[in-house]
Design a protein around this ligand. Structure first.
Ligand code: TTP
Ligand code: MN
Ligand code: MN
Ligand code: MN
Length: 446
C-alpha cells in the first residue's frame, strides 16, 4: 500500500465544442468570479479579454468535481496567468478580491444598470456613464432622446430584468404556435436558446420557425407579427427582413456573427393566468387588479403607461439592439425611476427586490421574445446556431475555421478545400461534417 496522496488531475479538450457541459457545475465560486471579469471586459468592449475569461470559466464548468488545489489544474487548457491568479485567490481566501472589487465598482454597477435596458449596448452605456449618467433616473433627467427599443426597454425594465421561467416560456410557446398556425398551417416551431439546453430560466425566449416545404416560409414574419398585434400580445417588436441572398458574405467570409434571417426582436405581454406558480383554481379575479392598475397608471407618464402603439420599427437609429445575456435582477430599490411605477409597484415606499420580482400588482408581465424564420434547407444550421451557448457557438466556428478549413454560420457550412457547401438536415450531420462527436443541446452549456 502506498501512502502517497492521490491527486485528481483534471484534463479537458481545449475546444468547448468537444466537451460535454451540462448545467451541473461543481465550481460555481470559480466560474462566477471569472464570469464577472468576463462581463466587465465585455462592458469595456475588450472582446479578447472577455473571451479569455469566458473560456477559462467554461473549462471549469465541465469538470466532474470541485477544484481543491492548484495542482489539479495542471492538465487544463484555456487557463491563462490572470485566470490562474483569480482561482488561486479563491482557493486560498474563499473569494477573488479582483472580482469582488469589480462588482462593487461604480462603473461596473452603472454599466450593468444601463445595459439592463433593452436596446442599450456597451458603447451607449459607456458614453452615458462618461456623461455622468449612472442610474435610470439620471438617464431620464438627462433628456436624452431614446430610440423606440430603448423606450420600451425603460418602460418594461423591471419585468425584462426578471428571469423568465420555463413555465412562462411554455406559455409563450403556445401563443407563438397559435399565431404561426393561424397564418401558415403546417409551419413548425422550435424552442431554441437556453431553454432548449435545459435551462430552467432565461433572459428571453427564443424560437425558430420553418415550413417543411421550401419557400412556404417566405414573408411569414410580418403575418405572424400582425396576428400577435391584433390579439394584443405585443408590447414592442422590431422585424428585420431576410437579407441572406443579397448579403455580400461570400462563402469564405461569413462577415459578422449576426445572421441574416428574417427575425423579430419583441417584448410580449404575458397575462398572469398564463404565468407560473398559479395553480388552477387559485387565479385571482381580474376586477380588483384592473382597478389597481388604473390607479397606478394614472401616477405614471400617460404616454408610457399602456405600452400600446409602440410597434413601429426603429427609424434613423444608430443603436444596435443588444439583448442582455445577463439574467440577474438589478438592485431595483436603488435605481427605480419615478415614472416606472406602472411596471413595478404602486407603492414607492415598499420597493425592494423581492417585491419587485413578484410584480404582483399588475395582471401581466413583459417577456423578451426572439423569433427567427428559416427556410427548411437552412434549418439545421439555424437550429445549431440559435441553441447556443454563445461560447459553444463561437468555439464551433473556431474549430471549423482553424481545424477543418470550413466556414460555419447559422445558414450554411462551406468547405474551403472542396470549394463547396456541405448540406445537412440535422445537427448530427453538421457535427459529422465537422469531424466532431455529436453533443446534444443539454451538454452545450459551455
Ligand atoms: P440568447 O437568447 O442571447 O442566449 P441564451 O438563450 O443562450 O441565454 P438566455 O437564457 O439568457 O436567453 O441567444 C441564443 C442564441 O442565439 C445564442 O446561441 C446565439 C444566437 N444568436 C444569434 O445567432 N444571432 C443573434 O443575433 C443573437 C442575438 C443570438
Ligand atoms: Mn441591453
Ligand atoms: Mn435566450
Ligand atoms: Mn435571444
Amino acid at each position: 500500500q502506498s501512502n502517497k496522496v492521490e491527486v485528481v488531475v483534471f484534463s479537458a479538450p481545449s475546444y468547448a465544442c468537444k466537451r460535454r457541459t451540462t448545467l451541473k457545475n461543481h465550481n460555481t465560486l470559480l466560474t462566477e468570479a471569472l464570469s464577472i471579469l468576463a462581463e466587465s471586459a465585455e462592458l469595456n468592449e475588450d472582446e479578447g479579454r472577455g473571451v479569455a475569461f469566458r473560456r477559462a470559466a467554461a473549462v471549469l464548468k465541465c469538470l466532474p468535481k470541485a477544484v481543491s488545489s492548484m495542482e489539479q489544474l495542471r492538465g487544463l487548457p484555456c487557463l491563462g496567468d490572470h485566470s490562474m491568479r483569480v482561482i488561486k485567490d479563491i482557493l486560498e481566501n474563499g473569494a477573488s478580491s479582483e472580482a469582488e472589487s469589480t462588482k462593487q465598482s461604480e462603473r461596473f454597477k452603472a454599466l450593468k444598470v444601463l445595459t439592463g435596458i433593452f436596446g442599450v449596448g456597451a458603447k451607449t452605456a459607456d458614453r452615458w456613464f462618461r456623461e455622468g449618467i449612472h442610474s435610470l433616473s439620471q438617464l431620464q433627467e438627462s433628456g436624452h432622446t431614446l430610440n423606440q427599443a430603448q423606450q420600451a426597454g425603460l418602460q418594461f425594465y423591471d419585468d425584462i430584468n426578471l428571469p423568465v421561467s420555463k413555465t412562462e416560456a411554455d406559455a409563450i410557446s403556445e401563443i407563438v404556435e397559435k399565431a404561426v398556425h393561424a397564418v401558415l398551417p403546417g409551419a413548425e416551431i422550435t424552442l431554441t436558446g437556453g431553454f432548449r439546453r435545459g435551462k430552467l430560466t432565461g433572459h428571453d425566449v427564443d424560437f425558430l420557425i420553418t415550413h417543411p416545404e421550401e419557400g412556404k416560409e417566405e414573408g411569414l414574419m410580418p403575418k405572424v407579427v400582425s396576428w400577435l398585434e391584433s390579439q394584443g400580445f405585443l408590447l414592442y417588436q422590431k422585424t428585420t427582413r431576410n437579407s441572406y441572398l443579397e448579403s455580400k458574405d461570400g462563402p469564405g467570409r461569413p462577415a459578422s456573427n449576426m445572421d441574416r434571417f428574417e427575425r423579430c426582436l419583441s417584448i410580449f405581454k404575458l397575462t398572469k393566468d398564463r404565468c407560473v406558480g398559479q395553480k388552477q383554481g387559485t387565479k385571482q379575479s381580474a376586477t380588483p387588479i384592473e382597478s389597481h392598475v388604473k390607479t397606478v397608471c394614472s401616477l405614471g407618464d400617460p404616454t408610457q403607461a399602456k405600452g400600446e402603439g409602440n410597434s413601429e420599427s426603429l427609424t434613423g437609429s444608430c443603436q444596435k439592439t443588444e439583448p442582455n445575456p445577463q439574467s440577474h435582477p438589478h438592485p431595483l430599490s436603488q435605481i427605480h425611476p419615478s415614472n416606472l411605477t406602472l411596471n413595478v409597484l404602486g407603492q414607492e415606499k415598499s420597493l425592494d427586490v423581492d417585491q419587485a420580482q413578484t410584480s404582483g400588482h399588475k395582471p401581466w408581465r413583459a417577456v423578451r421574445v426572439d423569433l427567427v424564420v428559416s427556410p427548411v434547407s437552412q434549418f439545421a444550421f439555424a437550429l445549431l446556431g440559435w441553441t447556443g451557448s454563445k461560447l459553444f457557438e463561437r468555439e464551433l466556428r473556431r474549430w471549423a475555421g482553424h481545424e477543418k478549413a470550413m466556414s460555419l454560420s447559422s445558414h450554411a457550412l462551406y468547405d474551403n478545400k472542396q470549394s463547396r457547401y456541405l448540406r445537412a438536415s440535422s445537427e448530427e450531420e453538421i457535427f459529422a461534417h465537422l469531424g466532431l462527436e455529436y453533443i446534444p443541446p443539454t451538454e452545450r452549456n459551455a
